[in-house]
Design a binder for this molecule. Structure first.
Ligand code: SF4
Ligand code: SF4
Ligand code: FES
Length: 259
């Protein structure tokens, strides 16, 4: 079999009950393209599971809906069922920063708990009466996308705010659910306050979450919206004002130094 007829899958393997450290194992998978001329990451894993040896990974819908097949393929956080591969070498790894159950399967509970916690103190008003307040743009471009969050956690894989200040930040996905409730006219709780104590200002506004999000949620504009609304409720943390004050001072003095 030449390289054109196969995929070499280099798969992260780890059984915490037996292995001292994780390792990678290579599998040769015959190329079986579908009607679009590709083979998906999930099809490659299924082949290994069914024909070579059992490996552990998660999936359900196979259609980019459930978010369960999220992993890192060739260094990118993706949904395996929606990732089209060509013949050649491909590397399969679990999402970074999450507890590993086995191989590519991570324990989703800690992050899912953060999603669940965003539900707290939800108050609803008369749904029918308030439905008339939702404009078309807000509905299709924002609320509907937020509603389609796959809970895939790809945004958690890339978020630098979680890497440095983990515990104080609920993370991009859960923060988007807070934004969802903030913009939903059926919800009357103070979601801006909730966003602030969930670490809104820990985010560095890098936009990485938006780039990987399969639901095309406009993370950056929603984070900015929450910040603007927090500022108008005087909920901007004092230390952030201090930070901006010193940053401006620094920029001004750098500028005057050059002149
Ligand atoms: S924009 Fe904020 S939430 Fe999104 S990845 Fe960057 S730091 Fe994380
Ligand atoms: S916000 Fe996007 S990337 Fe994050 S969990 Fe939801 S669908 Fe996945
Ligand atoms: S299996 Fe459901 S999103 Fe991939």
């Amino acid at each position: 079999m030449g390289m054109k007829d196969k995929i070499i899958a280099k798969v992260f393997r780890y059984d915490p009950s037996m292995d001292k450290v994780p390792y990678y194992k290579e599998y040769e998978v015959p190329w079986q393209e579908d009607e679009s001329g590709f083979m998906t990451g999930l099809q490659v894993l299924h082949y290994i599971y069914e024909n070579i040896e059992p490996i552990v990974y998660d999936y359900n819908c196979r259609g980019s809906i459930c978010g369960r097949c999220s992993m890192v393929i060739d260094g990118k956080p993706v949904l395996a069922c929606y990732t089209k591969l060509k013949p050649g070498l491909h590397i399969f790894e679990p999402l970074e920063g999450q507890p590993i159950i086995r191989d590519l399967m991570i324990d989703r509970k800690p992050v899912m708990q953060k999603f669940v916690e965003t539900e707290v103190a939800k108050k609803t008003v008369n749904a029918v009466e308030k439905s008339e307040d939702i404009d078309y743009d807000l509905y299709w471009n924002t609320l509907e996308r937020l509603n389609n969050c796959r809970e895939c956690m790809l945004c958690y894989d890339v978020c630098p705010a979680l890497k440095v200040g983990g515990k104080d930040y609920v993370g991009p996905g859960a923060m988007m659910q807070i934004a969802f409730r903030h913009l939903d006219p059926h919800d009357e709780a103070n979601r801006v306050e909730q966003a602030v104590y969930s670490g809104l200002w820990k985010c560095v506004m890098c936009g990485s979450c938006e780039l990987v999000c399969p639901a095309q949620i406009p993370h950056l504009s929603l984070l900015q919206r929450l910040r603007d609304d927090a500022e108008s409720q005087s909920l901007k943390p004092k230390e952030w004002e201090d930070y901006n004050f010193w940053k401006n001072r620094l920029q001004t003095s750098e500028k005057s130094g050059k002149e």
